[in-house]
Write a protein that binds this ligand. Structure first.
Ligand code: MSP
Length: 634
């Protein structure tokens, strides 16, 4: 069986976990779940980094021992990870015996290579990063590039690792393996650093007392970063449980934030090269979650309250938002407005409505999953898109392009919503003749939903299960691999469907005070901006008015019959005060074609036309030349 080993950084326990740290861990969880879905034997590691000077200082400030501090802090992480429904196979603590034993063995192995020597170190040191920086790496006015705080000039007797020896080997490896460091921007950065010359690095701290002593000189503590990096192998029982180590090492991907790429992409691989261990297959550095442009961190005090967000919108919406909204390799600025917009547009509207509508029609007209007896227009296209979506999602997940994978899935969701519209499936219940076709369309919708549920399950596991339950399928998703949707038609007909319930109840967008209107035109919104994807989720079409009539007892309404090329629609529009029916016949208008049908004064309206309306005037949007009905408007 193929294995897949994914890791997150191990988090310092000198601060509680926050959204920034949760972001890495959720992403790793999604990847782990996706590979399990593919039938692979996955090992997902996360944990905490408990040694070093920062912990020592904080424990002293609190008047407790370092171990007590770690024992208080570590459960905050495990509790949050549980709440976020993370599926890690191990939670490694660097104060655990497993880690201490493994790190000691690794340091001994490194020592044996002859690449470790004693020397004097002098350099710029940031105590918060617990890291030395070269003059070139320092930010303006000689501050630490991460904390933007002054660094100290430190001179110490330390042990060194001969990193410079591995410069050529590293360069060759990075060059020969384009996937080794991703995204590309980070790969280029690392290559630049390597090519401009590597200096040996110190691996011990004489002034720190909280850590793992160097096995070959107990008077020195191992530099926290050196033993922390070892966690990726100590968690597999390096040096003892040969089986697990050989099964999962090398890691398929080490995920981390871009601030710590250098440790993972230079120092760690060089140490592995030194002891002749295979290198991880990929180092992927993601961007930062920012709040108004500033990296979210406990020290900056700009954390976002996860409990409130999860309480209000649910865990799955929270997991979905951060992976859908931000491109994983880039920074992404958090905004509550964007959260609500995505929730309503993607989850409540696109996905929630598709499920609700499909199951509503199945329950009302069949009660059980219908038989697909009567193929017809669009069916093959839908089946083809299902297959394509599975393949494209797989390729995108391979690139850790979570946002694009979700977009692909949602394109499919929106296509099925359009299929419902195009086939006007609700209108086929009228006669026994058309009922076979109705059942087939609904079967196809449900089969699509089953595929969608499998594909979204790594991102929103509970939602996937709820969809499945509502569809009347009993087995939960943990047992539903990707192979169960690889062939169209795996959905069993004849099963009783469950009760449709909204999976993402719509949330009211907070009403903002309206801007004062200047003359006829209201100020154009510069807040609550929508993305191109949201705009593209609207299916706008050229529609030709073929008939129009007034509606008795409704002065403002006209009932229009419009031609959309592949189908005819009925639309009710509130334009009777401005147009008489005969003005409209023959006009080509813009129709929002994927709007949920609704009843206005008891008359079904299957779309909405676009018109500009001021205080007095109203004008229906038309085209300056004639176009085939159904042409898309972008
Ligand atoms: N202990 C080291 C890692 C050792 S790994 C062998 C460490 N810990 S940390 O707690 O400071 O940070 C852990 C990770 O959280 C880093 O990858 C960092 O980039 C990430 N994040 C912290 N704040 C973040 C955001 N606001 N956004 C995204 N990730 C961020 O470094």
């Amino acid at each position: 069986m193929r294995t897949f080993y994914v890791t997150t950084p191990i988090y310092y326990v000198n601060a509680e976990p926050h959204l920034g740290t949760a972001y890495s861990t959720i992403a790793a969880d999604v990847l782990a779940r996706y590979h399990r879905l593919k039938g692979e034997d996955v090992f997902f590691l996360t944990g905490v980094d408990e040694h070093g000077e920062n912990i020592q200082t904080l424990a002293a400030e609190k008047g407790i021992s370092e171990q007590e501090l770690c024992d208080q802090m570590a459960p905050m992480f495990t509790k949050l990870w549980k709440k976020l429904n993370l599926s890690n196979d191990i939670f490694l603590r660097t104060t655990s015996e497993l880690h201490k034993r493994g790190a000691t063995k690794f340091l001994n192995a490194l020592y044996k290579t002859g690449d470790i020597y004693k020397g004097k170190y002098d350099g710029y040191y940031c105590r918060r990063c617990e890291s030395f920086y070269t003059e070139r790496e320092l930010a303006e006015s000689k501050n630490c590039p991460v904390h933007k705080l002054p660094v100290e000039w430190v001179e110490e007797e330390n042990y060194f690792f001969a990193l410079s020896k591995y410069q050529d080997g590293l360069r060759a490896h990075i060059r020969a393996n384009p996937e080794f460091i991703q995204p590309e921007s980070r790969r280029n950065e690392v290559l630049n650093v390597v090519e401009s010359g590597l200096k040996d690095v110190s691996i011990s701290r004489a002034s720190v007392s909280w850590g793992i002593p160097l096995p070959f000189d107990q008077t020195h503590m191992t530099y926290v970063w050196i033993e922390a990096l070892c966690n990726y192998i100590t968690a597999l029982g390096y040096g003892e449980d040969g089986e697990k180590f050989h099964k999962y090492w090398p890691a398929n991907v080490h995920m981390m934030g871009k601030d710590i790429t250098r440790f993972h992409a230079i120092i760690w691989p060089a140490m592995l090269m030194a002891v002749n261990l295979p290198l991880p297959r990929q180092i992927f550095a993601h961007g930062f979650v920012t709040n108004q442009g500033e990296k979210i961190s406990k020290t900056k005090g700009n954390v976002i309250d996860m409990d409130t967000l999860i309480g209000e919108f649910g865990l799955d919406a929270f997991r979905y938002f951060f992976l859908r909204e931000f491109s994983f390799g880039n920074d992404g600025d958090y905004s509550q407005d964007r959260f609500v917009l995505r929730y309503n547009a993607d989850l409540a509207n696109d996905l929630g409505n598709l499920l609700n509508r499909t199951l509503g029609l199945v329950s009302k007209n069949f009660g059980v999953i219908p038989e697909p007896t009567t193929p017809g227009e669009f069916d093959d296209e839908v089946k083809g898109i299902a297959r394509e979506t599975i393949d494209q999602v797989d390729a995108l997940m391979g690139q850790l392009a979570f946002d694009m994978a979700l977009e692909k899935i949602w394109e499919f969701v929106r296509r099925i919503n359009r299929y419902v519209q195009q086939t006007q499936v609700w209108s086929l219940a009228k006669s026994e003749e058309t009922k076979g076709r109705m059942g087939t369309i609904l079967y196809n919708c449900m089969e699509s939903l089953r595929t969608i549920a499998v594909l979204i399950s790594p991102f929103v596991p509970d939602t996937a299960n709820r969809i499945r339950q509502q569809m009347g399928l009993d087995e939960c998703f943990e047992n539903q691999g990707l192979d169960t949707v690889s062939e169209w038609g795996g959905l069993p007909s004849g099963k009783t469907v469950g009760k449709p319930e909204p999976i993402f109840p719509r949330k009211d967008t907070k009403r903002k005070p309206r801007h004062a209107a200047s003359s006829q035109t209201e100020q154009i919104a510069t807040e609550n901006l929508i993305s191109i994807d949201q705009f593209q989720s609207m299916d706008l079409r050229v529609a030709e008015v073929i008939a129009a009539e007034r509606i008795p007892n409704a002065d403002r309404l006209l009932k229009l019959q419009v031609d959309l090329g592949s189908e005819k629609r009925q639309v009710v529009a509130g334009i009777a005060a401005h147009y008489s029916p005969e003005d409209l016949v023959g006009k080509q208008i813009v129709l929002v074609a994927n709007l949920k049908p609704t009843k206005i004064r008891g008359i079904e309206s299957q779309g909405m036309l676009l018109a500009a309306s001021g205080k007095k005037e109203l004008a229906v949007a038309t085209f300056e030349k004639r176009l085939p009905p159904g042409t898309q408007v972008r």
